[in-house]
Design a protein. Structure first.
Length: 171
């Protein structure tokens, strides 16, 4: 039995190679996007996936993932390349391939507007109220948000997370 591994070749048009080099050389590009562009460029130059992973200091599965993603998108890129005369628009298409895929998870339960209203309750002064304290608790803010019809229901721990996120991080 022979151990034959299928060698996958990544092809690039001159336009694609130029755009990937621009992405790689950009000083303002996210490192993850630049690294993905580098992966595609290396594979197109004939570097094996394992060697590319080793040289970049990343897992070989990461190289495989971006190789597969490029190969899946390649036919569409070839199809639209003559149509997209603007390098900017074509670069946007390539960037879409190099970006992270949307992640699963539940959608947010509260709109940004609701969060702002809830946080603003906690910023209100209690001196003029008939409350015995001078500060809101998370439980009181949650109840007040329901009383004011900002939300139907909210837990004190959710209120606490809103406040935790609203304060700047200190080093």
């Amino acid at each position: 039995m022979t151990n034959s591994k299928k060698i996958v070749t990544v092809s690039l048009t001159a336009k694609q190679k130029n755009i990937l080099k621009q992405i790689f050389n950009s000083t303002t590009m996210a490192q993850s996007i630049a690294q993905r562009a580098t992966i595609i460029l290396m594979l197109a130059d004939g570097t094996a996936k394992k060697k590319a992973a080793r040289e970049l200091g990343i897992d070989k599965n990461t190289v495989k993932k971006w190789c597969d993603r490029w190969l899946a998108a390649y036919p569409k890129l070839i199809e639209i390349e003559p149509i997209e005369t603007s390098n900017k628009k074509y670069k946007e298409k390539i960037m879409e391939i190099l970006k992270d895929a949307p992640r699963s998870g539940s959608p947010p339960q509260f709109t940004p507007e609701q969060v702002v209203h809830i946080v603003s309750i906690g910023c209100e002064v209690l001196d003029d109220s008939n409350k015995p304290t001078s500060r809101w608790t998370h439980k009181e803010i949650a109840q007040e948000a329901v009383n004011r019809s900002i939300v139907e229901t909210i837990s004190p721990s959710s209120v606490g997370r809103f406040f935790k996120r609203s304060y700047p991080k200190t080093s």
